[in-house]
Ligand binder design. Sequence first.
Ligand code: ZN
Length: 221
Amino acid sequence: MNPYLITPSIIASDFTRLGEELAACESAGADWIHVDVMDGHFVPTITVGPLFVEACRRATKLPLDAHLMVTNPDQQLEVFAKAGADRLTVHVETCPNLTQTIERIKSLGCKAGVTLNPSTPASALDAVLPLVDLVLVMSVNPGYSGQKFMPEMIGKVAEIRNKLNALRSQAFLQVDGGMAIDTLPLMHSAGANVFVVGNFAFKHPLGVGEAVRLLRGCVPA
Ligand code: ZN
């Protein structure tokens, strides 16, 4: 078992070669495939939906980790579960009854994650921390790929790590946004153990395999 997980964000890949990109992630030893779903409403950009998740499902055996940046995720949970997502992560800002949403995700046979925008305080998650399988901290404002890492989010990761430890929770603590070999170690030492990587993985001149190898080696043992 790797000490921390690497989850390439497939929307940063070359969609004309989706099957090859997923195969490259698999042979690079990526742990999950992260799918950034954006609806053009909760966030300004539109990316991909359930048909894309279904295509990924046919092309890889790796767990599919869908991050739903959408208004009304409750209406979309079933279709993403049926498309083959293994993990569904919803934004606290979009769920009027977050506990119910988490229970629904679990009843669909998926692992339930929760996330929050950079401007939302960690305390917004307090009520659901005991229920979730994963907490995702956004280290950029959601909506675009390739944004700059926000160092202010290191403290938020540390705060949530303390809360999870106090609950003796085994939930993953994931970070999404601006992850590379200089930023990953900062979030790792704050307590994160799952890292979404976009451009660093897919735009690396030596390919995704070398990128994942560098990310695995960037935290001193
Ligand atoms: Zn994401």
